[in-house]
Design a protein around this ligand. Structure first.
Ligand code: HEC
Length: 278
């Protein structure tokens, strides 16, 4: 890869610590983390730090007032919020979750120590959390602990209101599939597309899984299941995290994800490139 710089990364470095707030395709605000002070008051938040399996305190701004100020109350009727991160991680989180639970934009460690963490879920990689890190009050709402770290993006540089169907049309399973496949699609959206693409759409942190050949075609089925369950049991030092351990009915979730990936063999297409408006 020497000499090759991915344009998205080059751009991310150029704007460095600016966070872009976008509504559909237009930019609503571009600001530095400290400018969040204009929109909301920070607080010291105690959370169970899922990536490190311990409690930690962050200096953090409650999300709802920030979004109210930047987008107006209309964001509450939007479909999802897509977070783009410097490292390619890209969760799309339903707006309903932000209305049901308290989320915060963390900008620093409360005790002034470096704003980094040791990601025990990803081969103990030490990662920068800034410019902004999305955390949830999982001590007040312990049910959130079941989901693992999927909805806790760090290195956030983009926060965008979006309709999932418009933003990621290439990820939908074919018409008339089983309920199992439909549930698998929802799990995949939550736990896998944060890092992976399907038909070129999704996160940019990990390999494409469907196009031109689906992983369900070249992985032996028993190994695919084992990979998602415990990647390090197949590949030493792999950076892929295992599917979160506390997910309810985890075995069923695993099978439904594979059913979705298998159904996607029938819809392989790379959507035409749009003019980049990033
Ligand atoms: C935090 C990011 C991340 C998440 C979340 C993630 N993966 Fe991965 N995945 C990776 C990385 C990185 C690799 C490449 C690993 C390697 O080469 O060792 C990978 C590799 C894979 C591969 C092997 C691809 C190949 O051809 O070698 C499959 C299959 C896969 N992931 C499926 C999934 C599924 C299904 C989920 C959701 C349950 C998921 N991944 C969630 C990061 C992630």
């Amino acid at each position: 890869m020497i000499g090759l710089i991915h344009p998205a990364h080059a751009q991310a470095d150029a704007i460095d610590t600016l966070i872009k707030f976008k509504n559909q395709d237009s930019i609503a605000q571009s600001l530095k983390p400290e400018e969040l002070d204009t929109f909301s008051r920070w607080t010291i938040l105690n959370v169970f730090e899922v990536h490190e399996h311990r409690e930690r305190q962050y200096k953090a701004y409650p999300v709802r007032p920030v979004l109210d100020q930047i987008f107006g109350q209309g964001w509450r009727a939007a479909d999802e919020i897509v977070f783009s991160c410097k490292d390619g991680y890209q969760p799309s989180i339903p707006v309903a979750k932000f209305l049901a639970y308290d989320a915060y934009l963390a900008v620093a460690s409360a005790d002034g120590s470096p704003f980094i963490l040791n990601n025990t879920l990803q081969n103990h990689e030490v990662v920068e959390l800034g410019p902004v890190y999305l955390v949830w009050d999982n001590l007040k709402f312990p049910i959130l602990l079941e989901e693992g770290a999927a909805d806790m993006p760090y290195q956030i540089i983009g926060i965008e209101l979006a309709s999932f169907a418009t933003r990621f049309p290439g990820m939908f399973p074919p018409a008339r599939v089983s309920a199992e496949v439909k549930r698998g699609f929802l799990h995949f959206r939550k736990y896998c597309m944060v890092c992976h693409t399907i038909n070129g759409q999704g996160g940019g942190k990990a390999p494409e899984l469907n196009y031109p050949i689906s992983v369900t075609e070249y992985f032996k089925p028993e190994y695919l299941k084992r990979w998602i369950d415990d990647p390090a049991s197949l590949r030493y030092n792999t950076p892929m995290p295992a599917l979160a351990a506390a997910i309810p009915e985890r075995e069923k979730v695993l099978e439904e994800i594979i059913a979705y990936l298998t159904a996607m063999q029938r819809v392989k297409h790379i959507p035409p490139a749009k003019n980049s408006k990033d």
